[in-house]
Design a protein around this ligand. Structure first.
Ligand code: UD1
Length: 334
């Protein structure tokens, strides 16, 4: 099976390419490196010992995108990661986010129709659940108003896919990621971007390495067991493998399925810090600061549907999430 992976040089895209190759699926990447680095593809090549075919194309350019399908001829699946993901930036530049994240998707759906694509896997986010009233959240939990244009693009993308799917024979899997962290155990690829990180894990490892003086924990007065926010952290290779599984899913009766991809465990910021300290033996410099506007108090997944229907199993522990993230940070700065 040949699959187009958009954003193949991004964080989850690159780990997914490795998992696809491990499972004898041939990936074709499209990435214009607007937010990622071509070095990531070199990392994948080292891990998989084979070259990766990448098209340096912006998927917002419909003509350019169509050329890939024409040239390749036999693409039957699409995994769509390519999108902007910085919440803060999306608040400042909403049109950039709506234009980029929605145009790319619409162009790809045109190709689904034109080139008879059978399977489409979409990168969604637990952000669609907003600040949930009940935990854990399952796939039927209400979609609450989005806190940011970034989140809104994920909600809108899901809706666009549902509408499109009504008149399509393609099978769509909407994968709602919780908090992906960690890196490939080889430390050849991991989380990285041309922009300074906003997410906790890379900020934490940069602090541990001394690239930052200290980590600010955003809020210590939340109604949680230690006053800090609760999230569901999950290893990026476990997330990656769910995409491979989704490609071979046999749908019954409906052609859109939604899956939560989380570990099912709620972990506070302070618990994550101490898991890191325990896994690496490093004492982290941190202080409790102000709450970050827009943060939800607590969210974690009911992941039963993914386990039952996708046959998905989690392989990596919290300790391995910490150690692989750390090994990657060390490698990056070696
Ligand atoms: C964020 C986005 C989410 C998006 C995801 C992927 C927000 C509100 N949510 O998730 O929509 O899908 O990224 O990019 O931005 N924290 C600190 N100090 C830091 C950084 C983070 O204490 O320097 C805390 C946060 O308050 C949060 C936790 O760490 O409680 C995780 O934060 P982060 O990694 O940014 O992920 P989310 O906010 O869950």
């Amino acid at each position: 099976m040949k699959v187009l992976v958009t954003g193949g040089s991004g964080y989850i895209g690159s780990h997914t390419i490795v998992d696809l190759i491990d499972h004898n699926i041939l990936p074709v990447s499209v990435d214009n490196f607007s937010r990622s680095s071509s070095e990531t593809l070199e990392g994948i090549q080292k891990i998989c010992k084979q070259s990766i075919n990448n098209y340096d194309i912006d998927i917002s350019q419909a003509d350019e995108l169509r050329k890939i399908f024409e040239l390749e001829g036999d693409i039957t699946g699409i995994i769509h990661f390519a999108a902007f993901k910085f919440v803060g930036e999306s608040v400042k530049e909403p049109l950039l986010y709506y234009r980029n994240n929605l145009n790319g998707l619409i162009n790809l759906l045109d190709c689904v129709k034109k080139y008879n694509i059978q399977q489409f896997v979409f990168s969604s986010s637990c952000t669609v659940y907003g600040n949930p009233d009940q935990l854990p959240v399952n796939e039927q939990s209400p979609i609450l108003p989005s806190q940011s244009p970034y989140g809104a693009t994920k909600q809108m993308s899901e809706q666009i896919i549902r509408d499109f799917a009504q008149n399509s024979s393609c099978k769509f899997s909407l994968l709602r990621y919780f908090n992906p962290i960690g890196a490939h155990p080889s430390a050849m690829i991991g989380e990285g971007s041309k922009f300074p990180p906003e997410n906790l894990m890379p900020i934490l490892t940069e602090t541990a390495l001394g690239l930052r003086k200290s980590l600010t924990v955003f809020g210590g007065d939340y109604p949680t067991r230690d006053g800090t926010c609760v999230r569901d952290y999950i290893h990026v290779m476990d997330i990656a493998h769910a995409h491979t599984k989704a490609l071979s899913l046999h749908f019954q009766n409906q052609n859109v399925q939604t899956f939560n991809l989380g570990s099912g465990q709620g972990v506070t910021v302070l618990e994550l810090i101490s898991a890191f300290e325990k896994a690496t033996g490093i004492k982290l410099n941190y202080e409790i600061g102000e709450r970050r506007p827009g943060d939800v108090v607590a969210v974690y997944a009911d992941n039963r549907k993914a386990r039952e229907i996708l046959g998905w199993e989690l392989k990596y522990s919290l300790e391995e999430m910490m150690s692989t993230a750390w090994q990657w940070q060390l490698k990056k700065n070696a």
